[in-house]
Design a protein around this ligand. Structure first.
Ligand SMILES: Cc1cc2nc3c(=O)[nH]c(=O)nc-3n(C[C@H](O)[C@H](O)[C@H](O)COP(=O)(O)OP(=O)(O)OC[C@H]3O[C@@H](n4cnc5c(N)ncnc54)[C@H](O)[C@@H]3O)c2cc1C
Length: 399
C-alpha cells in the first residue's frame, strides 16, 4: 500500500511549542491547525505520510448515512459540512458522485426509513445545495444500473456523497501545514518523553540518530498506536479502546463509474466504488489484537466481500487486483462495532493531548477541537490563516 512520497526532515530547532506525533490525517490536520493559529510546530511520522489508516479507508468524504441509524446526528452534520468545505477548498482531491442504494425484499430497511434518512442528509447539506439532492430511481432505469441484480428488488435510491484519495489528501494537508511554517521529521520515530515544569522533553530517532527536543504541548495523533505513545510518555493509564479491522479489496475491473451502497447478508453496509479505473469494495468489522503494523485481510473477510459483490452483480468479473486492511480505533465495548460512536475522543494529561477515533472527512473540525485543548496550555498567538477557507493542492503538483 505504501508509496514513499518524497519524505523529508525540515526540523531546524530543538524547541517547539507543539510537537505532533503521527503523520496520518489527524496529525497533519493538527499540525495545520496549530500552524495556522500561529504556533511553532513540528510534525513527526515514523514511516510515511498517510502510511497507516489514512491510506486504507473507504476514501469517502461522507456524512455517513448509516450513522443516522445510530443517532449520531452531530457527527453526520459535521461531516457533511466538512465534505462541502473539501469540495470547495480541494477540488483536485475531492469530487462528488452518485451513490445507488438498492433495497431488496429481505432488507432491514423499509424504503420510508431511507427516504427519511436522505431527507435529513439533505437538510444537513443545505436545502439549496445541489449535493443534497436525492431521488427514487424508477423501475424503468433499473436495467441501466451496471448489471445490478433486480430479483426481489423493491426500490433503488440515488443520492450524492464524495470521494477522495485519502493518502494524497493527508499529504496535501501536511503540505499546507508546512506552507504555514510547520516543520517535519519523516521518517522519524517518537521514542519517549518525560514531563517537567518546563513542558516535555522528547527523544526522536531519525536517520541522523537520536535527537532531544523540548515542547510545551505534545499531540498524540498516532491512531492505532495511541496507547503505545501514551506508554512511551511514562503514563501507566491507557485508553479503553479496541482495534477493529476493516478490509477492502480492489477488483481489476470497474463495475461502474458511480458508487453503490449495498446491504450485505448480515445487513452491514458494503460499498462498491470506482477507484482508478478499478472497483474498491469494502469494508468489514473484525476485532484485532496485536501489532497494528501487521494487520492483514483474512480469508473470511475476502469471502464475505466477494459474496456480497457476487450476490448483487452476478455477472461481475471478481478477479482481485489488490487487498488491504486498516484499523478503526473505537471505544471498548461489548456492542457491535457498527453501534459504537465514531466521534473523536480526547484525553489531555499535563499537555499530552491524545486523540483517537474520528473520520477522515471531519479531520479539520477535529483539529479545531484539538486547538481548544492546546490553548489551555499556550497563550493565544496572532493567527496566520483560517483552515475553513485554505485551499489544498494535489501534492504531485508541488513536487
Ligand atoms: C476500514 C476503514 C475505513 C474507513 N473509511 C472511512 C471513510 O470512507 N471516510 C472517512 O471519513 N473515514 C473513514 N475511516 C476513518 C479514517 O480512515 C480514520 O479515522 C483516519 O484515517 C485515522 O487517522 P489517524 O491520523 O488518526 O491515524 P493513522 O492514519 O493511523 O495515523 C497514525 C500515524 O501515526 C504514526 N505513528 C505511530 N506511532 C508513532 C511513533 N512512535 N512515532 C512516529 N509516528 C508514529 C503511524 O505511522 C501513522 O502514520 C475509515 C477507517 C477504517 C479503518
Amino acid at each position: 500500500m505504501s508509496m514513499h512520497s518524497g519524505t523529508a526532515t525540515t526540523m531546524t530547532d530543538s524547541h517547539y511549542e507543539v510537537l505532533v506525533v503521527g503523520g496520518g490525517i489527524h496529525g497533519a490536520g493538527a499540525a495545520q491547525a496549530c500552524a495556522a493559529a500561529g504556533y511553532r510546530c513540528l510534525l513527526v511520522e515514523q514511516h510515511d505520510w498517510g502510511w497507516a489508516t489514512s491510506s486504507r479507508s473507504s476514501k469517502l468524504l461522507h456524512g455517513g448515512l448509516r450513522y443516522l441509524q445510530t443517532g449520531q446526528l452531530k457527527l453526520v452534520r459535521e461531516c457533511l459540512q466538512e465534505r462541502e468545505r473539501l469540495l470547495r477548498n480541494a477540488p483536485e482531491l475531492a469530487h462528488s458522485n452518485w451513490f445507488y442504494l438498492p433495497l431488496y425484499e429481505d432488507s432491514n430497511y423499509p424504503p420510508w426509513k431511507i427516504f427519511a434518512g436522505l431527507s435529513l442528509y439533505r437538510l444537513f447539506t443545505g436545502l439549496a445545495n445541489p449535493h443534497g439532492r436525492f431521488r427514487i430511481v424508477p423501475r424503468s432505469e433499473w436495467q441501466h444500473l451496471h448489471g445490478l441484480c433486480t430479483d426481489r428488488l423493491r426500490a433503488v435510491f440515488a443520492y450524492q456523497d464524495a470521494q477522495t484519495d485519502d493518502r494524497l489528501l493527508t499529504q496535501a494537508v501536511k503540505d499546507s501545514a508546512v506552507s504555514l511554517g510547520c516543520e517535519t521529521a519523516c521518517p522519524a520515530e517518537f521514542l519517549a518523553a518525560t514531563h517537567s515544569s518546563d513542558g516535555w522533553r522528547v527523544d526522536i530517532h531519525d536517520s541522523s540518530g537520536i535527537r532531544t527536543i523540548n515542547c510545551s504541548v505534545l499531540v498524540n495523533a498516532s491512531g492505532p498506536w495511541v496507547n503505545d505513545v501514551i506508554g512511551r510518555c511514562g503514563s501507566r493509564t491507557s485508553l479503553p479502546i479496541e482495534l477493529v479491522q476493516g478490509t477492502h479489496l480492489v477488483l481489476q475491473q470497474q463495475i461502474s463509474r458511480e458508487c453503490f451502497y449495498l446491504e450485505a447478508s448480515d445487513h452491514r453496509a458494503v460499498f462498491v466504488l470506482p477507484w482508478h479505473g478499478r472497483t474498491l469494495v469494502g469494508t468489514t468489522e473484525t476485532r484485532y489484537q496485536g501489532d497494528p503494523a501487521a494487520t492483514q485481510p483474512t480469508a473470511a473477510e475476502l469471502q464475505y466481500l466477494l459474496a456480497t459483490v457476487r450476490e448483487h452483480f452476478p455477472q461481475a468479473d471478481l478477479a482481485i487486483h489488490e487487498q488491504f486492511s486498516g484499523l478503526r480505533v473505537l471505544p471498548a465495548s461489548t456492542e457491535r462495532a457498527f453501534l459504537r460512536s465514531r466521534d473523536t475522543q480526547f484525553l489531555d494529561d499535563r499537555g499530552l493531548i491524545s486523540l483517537y477515533g474520528g473520520k477522515l472527512t471531519a479531520y479539520r473540525a477535529t483539529a479545531e477541537q484539538l486547538l481548544g485543548h492546546v490553548r489551555r496550555h499556550l497563550d493565544a498567538r496572532t493567527p496566520i490563516a483560517d483552515t475553513r477557507t485554505l485551499p489544498l493542492h494535489h501534492p504531485a503538483a508541488d513536487s
